[in-house]
Design a protein around this ligand. Sequence first.
Ligand SMILES: *Cc1c(COP(=O)(O)O)cnc(C)c1O
Length: 353
Amino acid sequence: MKYPALITNTAKLAENINIIQKICAENNISFCAVTKSFCAAPGMTGVYYKAGVRDFADTRLPNLRKINYPGVTKWLLRLPMLSEAEEVVETADISLNSETATVEALSGHAVKLGRKHKIILMVDVGDLREGVLPGDAVNIAGEMLKLPGIELHGIGVNYNCFGGVIPTLESLNIITGVVKEITGKYGVNINVISGGNSGSMHLLTSRTMPEEITNLRLGEVVFFGRETSYQQLIPHMHEDIFRLDAQIIELKKKPSMPVGEIGLNAFGEEVVFCDRGDMLRAIVACGRQDVDIGKIKPLEPGVEILGQSSDHMILNVTDADKPYKVGGVISFSIAYGALLSLSTSEYVYKVYE
Ligand SMILES: *Cc1c(COP(=O)(O)O)cnc(C)c1O
């Protein structure tokens, strides 16, 4: 075994995927699996594919390129950069868009490749991240409908990201209104109305999702079992799919106060210490380059995280139940932000059990 290790329980992951699939099916919602927080690692996407998932979404093209199962549809979630327009058409079947200039570039490349590229026009109903304003959506959709390489496949909305805005019936009705205007004015079909991310799950569990909404793009709820608007656990879902294991490289009794004149730490931060006498301190080999200590919690009783530098994490294990030793391992539970950084760090071993 090598450390630090991000360990995934794939049986629990499969169970969570099944529960989400069932809830979505009961509400006539298609479920698009969002893979960005685990960098579309094949050890993870394989579990989704085996569970029957065929729609995969990621914010980054290198991640989408890793998903190569037969019969899958790939969505690019982040608005395309103009500099990647050609690769977007080559790599993704569908992309989320809000800028006419970008969609024109996508159209140009699609025509060259003899394809139609599908787009979801994003509408911003208040979270203030991506999307055209509702009042502009109908005209902009009209411009995009004229482009020969483009199919206006759907309308989408995003919540809970920048503004932390929680999706409600009222704001989803803005979207369904926009869709009615577009279909009425231009006589086109809109296949997909994508009603958000894990923050929209509470509308499914409370059975209040407007029936016009056909799709959700879901990441976090699958990993941690909670809808993200109110942090409610969804019945029977697992919260403990992932674990971080880090190995002890030093274990010594030391004072709790640094010795000498105190300046800034390695990150230019002022650190305040209080004298708690001598403590048994463990250093594990896992640092800021891998994970932020604000996003993890020790799983073993009596272990306290004191701090972190680029490559070291310092822990107080004075009150720990376990008799630790050098070479031993300390385990942590992780939150969403930790999954993202641990998955991205090439120094973290990924283990699927
Ligand atoms: C990340 C992302 C999602 C998934 O969000 P979760 O909260 O993980 O479900 C959905 N849509 C877009 C546009 C995203 O960037």
